[in-house]
Design a protein around this ligand. Structure first.
Ligand SMILES: [Zn+2]
Length: 392
């Protein structure tokens, strides 16, 4: 994975990429990792409880630092302090987004061993004596744990800087490290879009997306198959007696399948966004609030089936090539405008209606393709009016 943000250095941009390595910790190292997961949960829960107490007593938002807890809980000193500091950062961030948009981001929750992910993150610090985290030929050196045996699918290139590592234990008991690298690249030259090389995409509940050309991005067959399987498992679980041995087995099966589907979907999203970013000079999408939309159609567990992630993937994959993802205003009437004659209907076309006919020019439209065409036209207009303003 790589994304990009502009940096103040002229003509250079920073890019990030993650290498996922399988870890083979010794017994002692595995024990230390388990302890670290536990300490991270412990410190998170205590910081959160204290935040709540301060808020009630003094009406102040304040999160104590991990150092404040070490006297009362000396076992915290046995694990990597960086992991604890990272929990403080994560909790602060969770509150920042919550305060900014409380309707969409829930209040931070307490972590429970049963439901929480077993993981911790440590940032790399480079001292005169050397970095705190680095990789060797067949291992990764971490604070406290020492060198942990690891298998790398690829190696970092020259000039990549190791920023941080997340260690995670899967539900099936395997350990992985997500190693984040940062590197500088030359800012690519901006590509100007033309109508023939621009793609308009509409988010679609039924097809994931519909393009202005009429192309649909139906999720692959195998993804649908596993989703059906998951639904069947869910039904079976609902009929079973909680607490029985069969129930526990079914829950484990459900979890594994769920993990599998998440991987499959991520894979699909990455490939599909790569294909589009390479094939087109610009992409227009609506700046929809996907969470809100998903709630209104009650999709349940997978709110937008990953369309939000897809949009983000598109953005950085296009940006890597100097191309633009153009966000069209979410209130633009793209669904109720006739793309042939420009007539704007008073009311939205019902989302269950697949086709409609324009009362003025008689054009017959597929509801979603017509919307995608309007998104593209609107996006291009937006892009060129912004260019003009910049020139003027
Ligand atoms: Zn018309």
């Amino acid at each position: 994975m790589a994304w990009k943000r502009s940096s103040p250095k002229d003509g250079k941009a920073l890019q990030y990429t993650t290498i996922k390595a399988r870890l083979y910790p010794s017994e002692a190292q595995a024990e230390l990792f388990e302890k670290t997961f536990g300490c991270c949960r412990w410190i998170w829960n205590h910081m959160l409880a204290d935040q709540q107490r301060f808020y009630l007593e003094a009406d102040k938002h304040f999160i104590p630092t991990p150092a404040k807890y070490k006297k009362e809980a000396p076992f915290l000193t046995e694990v990597d302090n960086q992991a604890l500091i990272q929990e403080h950062n994560k909790l602060s961030q969770a509150f920042r987004v919550f305060f900014k948009n409380p309707e969409h981001f829930g209040y931070p929750n307490f972590k429970r061993k049963k439901t929480d992910r077993d993981s911790f993150t440590a940032c790399n610090h480079v001292f005169e004596s050397g970095p705190t985290i680095y990789i060797t030929k067949d291992g990764i050196r971490m604070t406290k744990a020492g060198i942990v045996k690891a298998k790398f699918p690829r190696r970092p290139r020259n000039g990549w800087k190791l920023r941080r590592v997340t260690v995670e234990k899967t539900k099936t008991g395997e350990f992985f490290a997500y190693i984040l690298y940062e590197y500088a690249v030359k800012e690519p030259e901006a590509v100007a879009p033309a109508p023939e090389t621009t793609l308009g995409l509409k988010y679609s509940v039924a097809h994931f997306y519909v393009a202005d050309s009429g192309e649909l991005a139906d999720a692959p067959h195998w993804l649908k198959q596993s989703q059906e399987k998951l639904a069947r498992l869910q039904q079976r679980l609902n009929r079973m007696e909680p607490g029985s041995k069969n129930y526990a087995e079914a829950v484990q099966k459900y979890r594994l399948l769920h993990e599998h589907i998440a991987n499959q979907r991520r894979d699909f999203i990455h490939k599909e966004s790569r294909r589009i970013a390479n094939g087109w000079d610009a992409v227009c999408v609506r700046d929809d609030d996907l969470r809100e939309m998903a709630q209104s159609v009650k999709l349940g567990r997978v709110p937008d089936a990953g369309f939000g992630m897809f949009r983000e993937c598109l953005r950085y994959k296009l940006a890597q090539q100097g191309k633009a993802l153009i966000m069209v205003d979410r209130y633009a009437p793209t669904s109720r405008t006739c793309s042939a004659c420009g007539l704007v209907l008073d009311d939205a076309v019902h989302y269950k209606k697949r086709m409609w006919t324009c009362p003025r020019c008689g054009a017959v439209h597929s509801r979603e393709v017509n919307a995608a065409q309007n998104i593209k036209a609107q996006g291009l207009a937006q892009y060129f009016s912004m260019q003009e303003r910049e020139v003027a």
